[in-house]
Design a protein around this ligand. Structure first.
Ligand SMILES: O=c1ccn([C@@H]2O[C@H](COP(=O)(O)OP(=O)(O)O[C@H]3O[C@H](CO)[C@@H](O)[C@H](O)[C@H]3O)[C@@H](O)[C@H]2O)c(=O)[nH]1
Ligand SMILES: [Mg+2]
Length: 200
C-alpha cells in the first residue's frame, strides 16, 4: 500500500558492488576500463534488457531477421558491436565473503593489473541505484605507481571478461564529463567529479 493505494512494481535483485577511482601518480593519469556491455550473453532465447548494446542497437532502426525485441526485429549481425562498448570505473560485484577492501583490491588487479595493498583503498561513499533495482555500490579511491603494475589486467577471460585498460590525463577527464560521444555511466562521472573536487 502506498498512500492508501495498492501499487505494483517490477524489481530485479542485483549483487552489491564496488568501484574504484584509480589514479596513477607516476604519470598523472586516471585508469579506467573499456568493455563490451550486452548485459548478459546474447542467447537465441533471452534478450537482456537494461543493456547498453541492445538499447543502442534498437535506436539504429536496424530491422530484419532473427530476434524480436518489443515488436522490432533486429539483425544482430548487422549491428556494430562498438555500440556496446563503454568506458567505466574499474568495478566488481560482491560475490565473495571477503571485506570490501579485499574485493576492490582483487578487482583492480584482475582488470587493471595493479597490485595495491588493501589498506590503501580509501572508502569514498556508497549509494544505490533507483528504479528497477535498489542495489548498493561502494566507491573507493586508490593511488598507484608504475612499480605496482604487475600484469596487463584485462579481466578474467574464463568468465567472459575482455577488458581494455584506458589511461586519461586530468584535462582529458575534465572533457569526458561533457563528452556524450563516449558511452559511460553516471558513476564514472561522479567518480571523476569527486576526484577533481578532492584530489586535484
Ligand atoms: O563505472 C562503473 C562501472 C561499473 N558499474 C557497475 O558496477 C557493477 C559491478 O561491475 P562489473 O564490472 O559488472 O562486475 P564484475 O564483477 O567485474 O564482472 C561481472 O560482470 C562481467 C561482465 O558481464 C562478467 O564477465 C563477470 O563474470 C561478472 O563477475 C555493475 O552493476 C556495473 O554496472 C558502475 O556502476 N559504474
Ligand atoms: Mg568489472
Amino acid at each position: 500500500m502506498n498512500n492508501g493505494k495498492k501499487r505494483y512494481w517490477d524489481m530485479l535483485k542485483v549483487h552489491e558492488s564496488v568501484a574504484c577511482v584509480l589514479y596513477n601518480t607516476s604519470r598523472d593519469v586516471l585508469i579506467f576500463v573499456k568493455q563490451f556491455r550486452p548485459g548478459t550473453q546474447l542467447k537465441e532465447d533471452f534478450i537482456p534488457y537494461c543493456a547498453v548494446f541492445v538499447y543502442r542497437a534498437l535506436s539504429t532502426g536496424s530491422t530484419t531477421t532473427s530476434i524480436e525485441v518489443e515488436g522490432q526485429s533486429v539483425d544482430w549481425d548487422k549491428v556494430s558491436p562498438n555500440l556496446g562498448i563503454t568506458l567505466e570505473l574499474c568495478a566488481g560485484i560482491v560475490d565473495e565473503t571477503l571485506n570490501l577492501n579485499e574485493i576492490v583490491k582483487k578487482e583492480v588487479l584482475e582488470e587493471c593489473g595493479y597490485e595495491i595493498p588493501s589498506e590503501n583503498f580509501q572508502r569514498v561513499t556508497s549509494y544505490r541505484t533507483t528504479g528497477i533495482s535498489g542495489s548498493k555500490q561502494t566507491l573507493f579511491y586508490a593511488e598507484c605507481t608504475d612499480q605496482m603494475k604487475i600484469s596487463e589486467g584485462g579481466g578474467l577471460a574464463e568468465e567472459g571478461e575482455f577488458i581494455d585498460v584506458v589511461e586519461m590525463s586530468i584535462p582529458q577527464v575534465r572533457n569526458l564529463i561533457q563528452d556524450e560521444q563516449v558511452t559511460r555511466p553516471a558513476t564514472l562521472l561522479f567518480g571523476i567529479t569527486w576526484f577533481l573536487m578532492n584530489k586535484v
